[in-house]
Ligand binder design. Structure first.
Ligand code: KG4
Ligand code: ZN
Length: 359
């Protein structure tokens, strides 16, 4: 008989505290996607906005305040009690050391108090598997485009825990390129979604911005130069208008630069993804991470892939950015596939830097 496991997942790697409950089938090896019973999220974005970016110490302290009430909330929503939890999972890395320590500390204390095992999860594995919770879940194998605030990677994914890195950013991540360009335009942190909104009103061809490493012959990315190009263009526009700040320019001009910036980032992401699909011979693409919420990226990928008979899968919009559901899911899928057992050793460590292909 299949043993059902109730897994509590805790995410605290950056500025979102997320908690979720999934139910999976222990070591069944079945390809069934674990059931998401409940999840709850608290975003600290407003708190960090005053500082123009995430303040690690404030993030850690706020995780401490939020994590237990969120755990209580998901238990109530799922109609479960603490004692029914079979495994406590948490994000072990990569991320901010102090923030990770809060989730790891709470998870291991809870596990020890309940006498239940714990399991440390890789944050990017959570993102990568999150499309399995969507209405149109993928099947292995596939190429994954991981585009978050801290990482931009193309991976070949043959199964749970079977990840081969095909290429990655040699400097800034795609999300960072969005956020840093947005900051130059006077938008609040994290500027990615705000820049994307302005881009919808602008002309993507208004300004010719560089597409770094587009013809590099490999699957690596580089976005650090783009923000300099955006800065130079913004300065030219401000000078030409005889203004002192970019924010004082007519909105149409601001939107044109936003649209041109977004187009440059998306163009590189789409073209490299297509090359990765061609080189691996795979016909399935999975997009994950915060930038995966970008409408223009989805539109361009959908169009390009439809022409080539390639299926594209995304996480549900609300699960693109950090959340607890993806951590509970990744733990559930690991336990189910039998590649990892949860541990009764409660001495925890965190891994602020942790390459996914070393799992
Ligand atoms: O995956 P995520 O929540 O955090 C990390 O693990 O890093 O990704 C956050 C990133 C931020 O850089 C944010 O600006 C970006 O995702 N982002 C977007 C959009 N929504 C979130 N970038 C462009 N367009 C969006 N709609
Ligand atoms: Zn993330």
């Amino acid at each position: 008989m299949v043993q059902k496991l109730l897994v509590l997942g805790i995410e605290s790697s950056c500025d979102e505290t997320g908690v979720a409950l999934v139910q999976c089938e222990a070591g069944s090896g079945s390809g069934r996607v674990p059931d998401l019973l409940a999840h709850a999220l608290y975003s600290q974005i407003e708190m960090h906005q005053a500082f123009g970016g995430v303040v690690p110490e404030l993030a850690s302290r706020d995780h401490i305040r939020r994590v237990l009430p969120l755990a209580q909330e998901v238990l109530v929503a799922a109609g479960c009690t603490l004692s029914e939890i079979d495994v406590v999972a948490y994000t072990r890395g990569p991320g901010l050391a102090g923030a990770l320590l809060v989730g790891a500390g709470v998870a291991c204390s809870l596990g020890a108090a309940l006498g239940k095992p714990v399991l440390g999860v890789h944050h990017l594995e959570g993102h990568l598997l999150s499309p399995f919770l969507s209405a149109d879940p993928p099947q292995f194998p596939f190429v994954a485009l991981l585009v978050s605030g801290g990482h931009t990677q193309l991976m070949r994914v043959d199964g749970v825990g079977r990840y081969v890195l095909l290429g990655e950013s040699i400097d800034d991540a795609a999300g960072e390129a969005f956020d840093k360009s947005a900051k130059l335009m006077g938008l609040a942190y994290p500027g990615g979604p705000l820049l994307a909104r302005m881009a919808e009103e602008g002309n993507p061809k208004a300004y010719a911005l560089p597409r770094p490493l587009l013809h590099s012959g490999n699957l690596n990315f580089s976005f650090a130069g783009l923000k300099t190009a955006v800065l130079v263009q913004a300065q030219k526009m401000v000078a030409a208008a005889g203004e002192s700040h970019f924010e004082n320019l007519p909105r149409a001009l601001q939107c044109d630069l936003a649209a041109s910036t977004q187009a440059a980032i998306v163009d590189v992401l789409v073209r490299k993804s297509l090359t990765a699909l061609q080189e691996t011979g795979l016909n399935r693409l999975v997009v994950a991470g915060g930038v995966g919420a970008n409408r223009h990226l989805r539109q361009q990928l959908n169009e390009a892939c439809a022409k080539r008979n390639i299926r594209v899968h995304y996480p549900e919009l609300h699960l693109c950015t950090d959340n607890g559901a993806m951590i509970a899911l990744a733990a559930g899928m690991r336990l189910q596939s039998g590649i990892q057992a949860a541990s009764m050793a409660y001495a925890f460590d965190v891994k602020p830097r942790w390459p996914l292909d070393t799992l």
